[in-house]
Structures are given as C-alpha cells and as structure tokens.
Design a protein around this ligand. Structure first.
Ligand SMILES: Cc1cc2nc3c(=O)[nH]c(=O)nc-3n(C[C@H](O)[C@H](O)[C@H](O)COP(=O)(O)O)c2cc1C
Length: 183
C-alpha cells in the first residue's frame, strides 16, 4: 500500500490550510493510501542559522527528514504571506535541505494552499514549486490553489467549491500514479 505524509505551513488554530490538508487526507485514504497526517507544531525548530550546525541541529529536523524519506508521497498545504511563503515553511525547508541523505529525492510531492485572496496562493505555490524543484523534488503539476477561503469551505470545515474538489481529485490521481521509480 502506498504511503503519504501530509502537512500544512500553518499551525494556527482554525487554519484553512489544515482544512485543505484534511480534505486531501480523506481523498488519499479513499484512494487506498496509508496517510500520516502531521502538524509542524510537533517539529519545533529555531530560525535556521548556519552557526547552529553541527552542534545544535534540532532533533526535529532529522525526525522530519526521515518521515520525508520513508513515505511515497508528501503533500504540503501552504498559506501565502505577502505574495510568498510563510516563515514556518521557509524555515522548515531550510532545515530539511541540510539533512543527509536528501529528504527530497525519494518521494513525489503535491503542493496546494488556501488564502484569503481570490488568487488562492498562486504566488506562494510558485515560490514553493520553484524551491522544491531546485533541491531535487519531483512536484506533480496540479495547481491546487483555493481562495478566497471565506467561500471555499462550509461551516463544518468541508471544501464547498466544486472546482476545488475536482482539483483535489486530480492531485490525488497524480500523486498515486507518479513515481520516482527508485531514482
Ligand atoms: C503576514 C500575512 C501576510 C499575508 N499575505 C497574504 C497574501 O499575500 N495573499 C493572500 O491571499 N493572503 C495573505 N494573507 C492572508 C492569508 O491568506 C490568511 O490569513 C490565511 O487564512 C492563512 O492561512 P491559514 O488559515 O492556514 O493560517 C496574509 C496573512 C498574513 C498573516
């Protein structure tokens, strides 16, 4: 059975990106994938600073890197801050990029995001796709941008827009069909 690790770039109570993560979790599980849905709140890491290497590397960096290496799929839901990535996301990628062997070269990545704006994190996703690609990740093509969040979710936290549901289905289809083929 394929396995997926899912996470969100927001640890805010009531995060819309966590709701997107939950929606993707449900669809992956329905597709027969074993889902490990985590919160970055459980992987505490200081702001990256090369002075912390090698004596003060947070154990969470190694723990998270190992999770990336041991799942077939990684799905990341990210908010957009000021047309870019939130600091939690940037910091997490910085720490992961320093772990050996690379946590980015085994799995297939899907990215998505929810924002308050109607462009639905397209700039943040562009940054994330570009950064992940430059460090060896294979990111599937679907652009899963959801926004504005005020109309995208029903009061019970479910995705309410047919277009977003369709994009999640497409994302899950890609994530379960693409493979790095062991390279
Ligand atoms: C510092 C900051 C910058 C933001 N910049 C953007 C932005 O550039 N585009 C946008 O659509 N929303 C922006 N927002 C609003 C977020 O999309 C909104 O807060 C969203 O709900 C955050 O995701 P979350 O609910 O998962 O925490 C910003 C919010 C914050 C706090």
């Amino acid at each position: 059975m394929p396995s997926a690790l899912t996470l969100s770039g927001s640890i805010r109570t009531g995060s819309f990106n966590k709701k997107l993560q939950d929606a993707v979790d449900g669809k992956l599980a329905t597709a027969g994938v074993a889902v490990n849905s985590i919160s970055l709140a459980d992987f505490d890491m200081p702001i990256f600073n090369e002075d912390l290497e090698p004596h003060a590397v947070p154990e969470a960096a190694g723990r998270l890197a190992e999770l990336f290496r041991t799942h077939d799929i990684v799905f990341i839901a990210t908010p957009e801050y000021n047309g870019g990535l939130p600091p939690l996301m940037v910091n997490t990628i910085a720490w992961l990029s320093r772990q050996k062997p690379s946590p980015f070269r085994h799995t297939v990545f899907g990215i998505g995001g929810v924002s308050s704006g109607r462009y639905g994190t397209i700039w943040a996703q562009s940054h994330l796709r570009d950064s992940l690609s430059k460090i060896g990740a294979l990111v599937v093509p679907t652009l899963l941008g959801v926004g504005p969040h005020s109309s995208a979710f029903s009061p019970d936290g479910q995705i309410a827009e047919a277009g977003a549901v369709q994009k999640i289905d497409q994302m899950v289809s890609e994530l379960t069909h693409f493979s790095r083929g062991g390279i």
